[in-house]
Design a protein around this ligand. Sequence first.
Ligand code: SAM
Length: 286
Amino acid sequence: MNDPLPPLRDVIARHDLAAKKSFGQHFLLDLNLTAKIASFAGDMANSQAIEIGPGPGGLTRAILGAGARHLTVVEKDARFLPALEEISAAWPGKVTVLEADGLTIDEATILSGENRVILSNLPYNVGTILLIKWLQAQPIWWRRAVLMFQREVADRVVARVGDKAYGRLAILTQSVCAAQLVMKIPAQAFTPPPKVESAVVMLDPLPDGTRFDDLKALGIVTASAFGQRRKTLRRSLGQAASQTTASTEELIAAAGLEPGARAETIDIAGFQALARAWRAARATQP
Ligand code: SAM
């Protein structure tokens, strides 16, 4: 569908929307690029989409152009609301504009229906916090998330055991969804350019019954194990074990792991076993 709106640079100039560093603002003004990012959401004809941090609306326009049935945009910086309302007026009945903080909204009640997707060029300082919030949602209300992160964070989200970037974020994410890095975006694509490269990650929740839902326990054992990633489990898991009735050795044995192994060599199933052992030992605490 054609975008009926004026060029983004004109919108930014007319509404005086200079990027603010404190809100992590780097804008994508190339509508071909934003169209490519939106395309990773797949067919949105039956989708309720939500975009966090639309800014002047480059990705917003692409999501609408890609045919989303309805789009809710959530922006914390009120300066962007007039520009977003203009987009809403050009797409009657299709857009809800909310001035709100993405960290505190309850998306599951804002969006209805089965086919809900998240798209976001995330502010870098809140990107991983929002990701964890969406992973922890129970039940998982979204069918796909297409998220932009700084490249280094994207690498940590999609890393596999044995990769340098493998750690807590990969384990938490991939316990809930399949994660793929689908596009790298150079810093110069943004206005103003950030210091680092970015990347788009596509997340699809694993089928019901196969997701690991005790992310709290998984978060505790991975924080303990990777807090001292060069040490063996026998030495690094003390902190997690101290919150249970079990000794470090008992926890490791209950998970079927080797006490001499290091965190970076333990696969996701291994950490899930450790989280289960931690939870069981925790439950028996008086
Ligand atoms: N999506 C736009 C684009 O691609 O050009 C803007 C991206 S800019 C990196 C991040 C946007 O998120 C900014 O508009 C900023 O004001 C907004 N933002 C920052 N923190 C937010 C929060 N907690 N909730 C909602 N929006 C937020």
